[in-house]
Design a protein around this ligand. Structure first.
Ligand code: HAM
Length: 416
């Protein structure tokens, strides 16, 4: 029985041959996500992995709706596995906003599901860090979100030589569309066409743009000029003041595919252009209002960062630590008659918080010792009977120095 296409299994390191996804790497990434989000004063939330289908068909846009894992459940309800977190968090915030001080700064690390054609950096499930600020329309919030995105990647050891955040603006594009005499009611189609500009050939692009009333030449010219709006200039200044100027640039080649964005939008890419986007986000000031039927109304901005491209990039750039031992002490059982006393020692050391392992069944002493070396344990402890009675032989596996101590002193021993 094979796993489904586009889904992953996560193994402990060292990885078995042919396997690419490690639970140690995933934990390393999750730890950084959580650490840096908390450093910015964000609080963690979560939502349901299964949602009403209508949550996405209403607001996310055609692209993501075409990728839904959806079905009708046993109660005849049309449901979908969440393909993104933004509609869920917008609904959650809308329903409880009075209970929280503004701005609301929240993060989550959901597993998301999209029925995409699996390719490098794109699978049918991924984990995504989501950080969003609700209730603040000032560009200071946009800058804070971009700074957080930069710091998450810096927190994983990446530098301004590894990645850049390309900043753009739906407002700038909307202004351009209107100035060009774009056809009324075609703005969404226009944004969708521009979103594909880096992936499609000249003829396809021209064909897509034709019904919107804007020419490809004008679009290319607008991107090349890259004139920042006042709002974007404010974001740039803010990031420069923090010393993060090298991590961002204005680039109207980014417009984002999702339908709900209203203002600043951005995507993070590796500098060499080898991978798909590491992260993407933007301002969506109308989503809370439209999902709550007008009951709540709050500006919002945030981003999503997937674990797939990120893990590939960290590996490729050699920024992953080695995931050595997770065992502090191995208790060796050479004399089976001492198993009850040894189990007592195992228990006391674990109670103290140390990671302790031992052989569940009788095993040759030298084999147990080899295992202790293989798992990279720091120390071994072996109970032994000598002239004075029961003692514990504590061996430091780095220096190979052995100390003999009383069994009752093992739990309090400094294993360093
Ligand atoms: P998104 O651009 O669809 O935005 O996804 C954000 C990131 O998630 C991407 O840049 C990529 O790293 C990762 N990602 C997306 N789809 C896949 C996939 N099939 N396989 C692997 N990784 C993937 C959103 O989802 C927005 N809701 C983000 C947001 C939050 N905007 C405002 N707040």
């Amino acid at each position: 029985m094979q796993r489904l296409k586009g889904f992953r299994e996560f193994y402990p390191e060292p990885l078995p041959p042919g396997e690419a996804w490690s639970c140690d790497v995933r934990q390393h990434v999750f730890d950084a996500w959580r650490r840096v989000a908390r450093r910015y004063g964000f609080r963690e939330y979560d939502g349901p992995p299964l949602e009403p289908l209508a949550l996405y068909t209403a607001k996310s846009g055609d692209e993501i709706v075409g990728q839904l894992f959806n079905f009708v459940d046993k109660g005849d309800e049309a449901v979908a596995l969440r393909p993104e977190m933004t509609p869920t968090v917008a609904r959650m915030v809308a329903s409880v906003e009075r209970a929280y001080k503004k701005p609301i700064k929240w993060f989550a690390m959901p597993q998301l599901f999209r029925y995409e054609a699996p390719q490098k950096g794109r699978l049918r499930e991924h984990f995504q860090l989501n950080c969003d600020i609700f209730g603040e329309a000032d560009p200071a919030a946009d800058a804070e979100i971009v700074a957080l995105l930069v710091d998450v990647l810096r927190g994983l050891g990446l530098t301004s030589e590894d990645f850049v955040v390309r900043l753009s603006s739906r407002k700038a594009w909307q202004g351009f569309f209107e100035a060009q005499g774009g056809r009324e009611g075609m703005a969404y189609e226009f944004f969708q066409a521009v979103d594909k500009i880096e992936r499609e050939d000249e003829a396809t692009m021209a064909r897509r743009l034709e019904p919107t009333g804007v020419t490809l030449e004008a679009v290319r010219h607008f991107i090349a000029a890259g004139e920042p709006t006042t709002e974007l200039q404010g974001v740039l200044n803010n990031l420069h003041a923090r010393g993060l100027g090298d991590f961002v640039k204005i680039d109207y080649g980014v417009i984002r595919g999702l339908a709900y964005y209203t203002g600043v939008v951005f995507e993070a890419f590796d500098r060499k252009g080898e991978f798909r986007a590491i992260a993407g986000g933007g301002r969506y000031d109308n989503l809370v209002r439209s999902l709550s039927g007008g009951r709540a109304d709050m500006p919002a901005i945030g981003f999503g960062m997937g674990d797939v491209v990120l893990a590939l990039l960290l590996k490729e750039r050699g920024r992953l630590p080695s995931f050595a031992s997770t065992v502090d002490v191995v208790v060796l059982l050479e004399d089976e008659s001492l198993r009850p006393e040894s189990l007592g020692v195992v228990q006391r050391l674990r109670d103290r918080g140390l990671a302790v392992d031992y052989s569940l069944v009788p095993m040759k002493g030298d084999k147990q010792f080899r295992r202790a070396l293989e798992v990279g344990a720091g120390h071994t402890v072996r109970l032994d009977r000598d002239a004075v009675g029961l003692v514990a032989r504590v061996k430091n596996l780095k220096t190979r120095a052995e100390q003999v101590i009383a069994v009752d002193d093992v739990a309090g021993h400094a294993f360093d």
